[in-house]
Design a protein around this ligand. Structure first.
Ligand code: SF4
Length: 493
């Protein structure tokens, strides 16, 4: 396969105008809208059926929450235990404080692996990549490209978005924004495949292409779904089997893991594995579960010569001490994205962050800083994300906290700050409130003659671009009540 891919997308801008522009584009994209509607329907029905069939589902979710809380409360102890056990099994543990350090460690390991190539092997370093949100978070593909290396995404959805020069649109289903027609067209252009809507045929085409990558790669990179502290085992959950090919076929396996993705014991892992596939893809069991414990040992038929684990902080320890700490309990199942009415309309790319949807808005603000605070405004605060979350993370509470940060940082536009200050002033006294009501009623009467308003002046026209605005009542409730009472007593209304 030709390993020239379109360059990985640059980090999207996080200005309010850029965010607004991405939202408007998403809403106007009929292909995206059709794909998102189908995703929301299919995923939710499946997820609900999967949990309905899980015995004692409520208790299992409670236990899952307790396990993740315990990990956060004793993260230092579990991390030490986990790292010591990984090393004891022959793996090497690297600690990365931030994205730059993580990238540097990985690039260095790839160069070392290339230096150990069999005699006669040449060409750029080839990296077979399994699904890893941490690698998206640290923009690893950019770094590989800049260093002249060739990363190839081997998860089918990730492979498709890489061929398009895009980033994943969902943490579980990266190509959720596409229909099979777009994939068919892509494979036709890229591989000369006859146009087809047969998903199996397209999957077989991708498999043929990727097989060559697995067996020519210098390095395999994967994420880690859960690390087991008491044993040093890493659990990898996939549906395509690509993860285990990345972790076994190349000479070197590098696993990227966020500091928080731990469970204390194998029994805790078993419980989490009852929750994750049900919540993510409505499966009682995942198709492939790999339990990785170090490099190939003497006498073993397969496995990498070297195994490296890169433990990435990149803002997590800072988050741990903040009001956003609970977001670190996330097991990246994606259910809160599927249930979110805002995500269902705008999709993942509109957020401009590797982490999208309700939990993405919180995690992005926590990990990447205040530029991402505005993402929390893309929420109706309906609470569906909290209800669906397998470990019951209180996402709405944290969305409010991020909005609070946004306001405290002075990030809202001046007109909004002024408006809110005026509103707070009016609400602080009964007379002022009554006066404000009369002024609002007069204002909307002047603008619309008492009918629903089709257009408001800027900046309030953002509302009337998509819906009408009701006029304020000509009389307040108090005034009407007083008039009614007077009428009852026999006086003129
Ligand atoms: S917050 Fe909960 S529902 Fe959302 S991805 Fe994380 S674990 Fe899944």
């Amino acid at each position: 396969m030709n390993l020239d891919f379109p360059p990985a997308h640059a980090e999207p801008s996080q200005t309010a105008a850029a965010f607004h522009h991405r939202i408007v584009e998403a809403l106007a994209n009929p292909t995206l809208q059709a794909a998102l509607d189908r995703n929301a329907e299919r995923r939710l029905v499946g997820r609900n059926a999967a949990f309905a069939a899980l015995p004692h589902a409520k208790e299992v979710r409670d236990q899952g929450r307790a396990i993740r809380l315990d990990v956060l409360q004793h993260l230092d102890t579990y991390l030490e235990q986990f790292a010591a056990n990984v090393e004891a099994r022959g793996g090497r543990v690297h600690w990365a404080a931030d994205a730059a350090e993580a990238r540097a460690i990985v690039l260095d390991l790839v160069r070392q692996s290339v230096a150990r190539r069999p005699a006669g092997a040449s060409g750029p370093a080839i990296i077979a990549k399994g699904k890893s949100m941490v690698s998206e978070e640290i923009h690893l593909n950019h770094a590989f490209e800049a260093a002249g290396m060739r990363p190839v995404e081997t998860d089918l959805g990730e492979f498709i978005v890489q061929l398009r020069g895009e980033t994943p649109a969902h943490i579980i289903t990266p190509a959720v924004h596409l229909r099979r027609e777009e994939v068919s067209e892509l494979f036709h252009q890229r591989f000369g495949m006859e146009p087809t809507l047969d998903v199996e045929a397209m999957t077989a085409q991708a498999r043929t292409q990727l097989r060559r990558v697995f067996f020519s790669a210098d390095v395999g990179i994967t994420g880690v779904n859960f690390g087991v502290a008491s044993t040093g085992t890493m659990a990898l959950v996939t549906n395509e089997g690509n993860g285990r090919l990345c972790s076994t076929a190349p000479r070197t396996h590098i696993a990227l893991m966020g500091l928080e993705r731990l469970v204390p014991t194998p029994a805790d892992l078993e419980l989490m594995l009852r929750l994750l596939p049900r919540s993510a893809t409505a499966q009682p069991l995942t198709s492939y579960l790999s339990l990785i414990s170090g490099p190939r040992r003497a006498g073993e038929p397969d496995g990498p010569e070297e195994f490296h684990l890169v433990l990435v902080d990149n803002g997590r320890t800072q988050m741990l001490g903040s009001e956003l700490a609970e977001a670190l309990m996330c097991i990246r199942c994606g259910a809160c994205l599927n249930v979110c009415p805002v995500f269902a309309e705008i999709g993942g790319h509109a957020y401009g962050s590797p982490y999208s949807g309700p939990i993405g808005a919180v995690v992005s603000a926590g990990l990447f800083g205040s530029d991402y605070n505005q993402l929390a405004n893309a929420s109706s605060l309906c609470g569906a994300c909290r209800d669906v979350c397998p470990v019951r993370i209180d996402i709405p509470l944290m969305l409010l906290a991020v909005r609070g940060r946004h306001v405290a940082a002075g990030q809202p536009p001046a007109w909004l700050k002024l408006g809110l200050a005026g509103w707070a002033f009016a609400m602080a006294g009964r007379k002022r409130y009554a006066l404000a009501q009369r002024a609002a009623a007069l204002g909307t009467r002047l603008l619309g003659g008492g009918r629903w308003l089709k257009r408001l002046p800027p900046p309030l026209n953002a509302w009337t671009r998509r819906r009408d605005f009701p006029p304020f009542a000509a009389q307040s409730f108090r005034a009407r009540w007083a008039a009614k009472q007077k009428q009852k007593r026999g006086g003129p209304a």
